[in-house]
Design a protein around this ligand. Sequence first.
Ligand code: ADP
Length: 334
Amino acid sequence: MTEELSPRASASEQGYEGALRPGTLGEFVGQAKVRKQLGLLLDAASRRQHTPDHILLAGPPGLGKTTLSMIVAAELDKPLHQTSGPAIQHAGDLAAVLSALTPGEVLFVDEIHRMARSAEEMLYLAMEDFKVDIMVGKGAGATSVPLELSPFTLVGATTRAGLLPNPLRDRFGFTAHLEFYGEDELARVVSRAAGLIGFALSEQGIAEIAGRSRGTPRIANRLLRRVRDYCLVHETVGDTESVRAALALYDVDEHGLDRLDREVLRALVERFGGGPVGLSTLAVSVGEEAETIESVVEPFLVRTGLITRTPRGRVATRLGWAHVGAEPPEISQI
Ligand code: ADP
C-alpha cells in the first residue's frame, strides 16, 4: 500500500516522530477517557508511593501506545526500558531484561502478543511477585533458582488484544483501548505538530490533512511532512490548494483512501458484482497478500462504511459503489 498511509512506523522517520511526541498526559491529544483513567492510576500510585498496576495498551498501530508508555515513565519520573515481543524469543531474553531493571522502572513491551510462550510464563510470576525462576543446567541435573526483581511497571502494547492468553491479560491491572481519532482531534494533532516543526498551515489546510489521516496521528504527522516538503519546494504557503496538490501527488484521496484501497473496492464492485466475496479471493484479484488486505485495507474500508463483512464474505455498500462511480443493482444484499 502507499507508504504515506501505512499506520506502521518506518525506521527513517523515528527522529521526526520522536520530536513530535507529546511529553505529558496534558499534551496528549484526544483519548479523553484513557487519559483520565491513566492520570488517576498514576496519581494514586504516587500518593501510595508504590508502583502502579501493570498497564495494557490495546489498539491499532499509530494511535499513541509508545507515546503513552513514555508519558507513564515521565510522569512517574522513572527510567523507561523499551523492548518488543519479537525480541523476546526465549525465557532467557526476558530474564536478562527483567533482572537489569532498577526499582520503579517502566518496562515497555511493544507487540507483546508476539512474545515466546516460555517467556510469557516467566512473565506471569514476574508481574505478580516480582520474581523469576531461572533454570540452571540442562536435562536431569537442571535446577531452578529463584531470583528477586526490583518492583517495576509493565506497559504492554498490542494491536491484537484477542491474541493474548487470558492468564497474561488478567495480570494487567488496567487495560486501555485506544480508539481511532476524530477529525477535530486529528486537526489538533496536525496543528500542534506544524507548530513544532515551524510550518505555517492554514485552518483549512489543517482540516484537509486531518480528513485524510485515517483516524491515525502517525499518518497525520507523516502527511504533514509531505505537505511541508511540497510547500518548501514549490515555494507556496500551506493552504487548501497546496495540501490537495501535495497529497494528490501521493495518491491519497479526499477520504484518505490510497490506490490499493480503491483497487480493492473497485475489484469488489466491478469483478464480483459487489460481493459477497472471500478475503483471499479478493486479495489474489488485486495481487496483494491477504494479510495486508485483512489488517490494513479492510478495517479502514469497513470503518468508513464502504464495505461490510458478512458471514459469506465482503460486500460493497451503497457508499462503496458510489465511491468508485458505479450504480448498485436494484435488488442486492446491501
Ligand atoms: P503506536 O505506538 O500506537 O504505534 P506512537 O505512540 O508511536 O503509536 O505514535 C505515533 C506518532 O503519532 C508519534 O509521532 C506521536 O507523536 C503521534 N501521536 C500519537 N498519539 C498522539 C496524540 N494523542 N497526540 C499527539 N500526537 C500523537
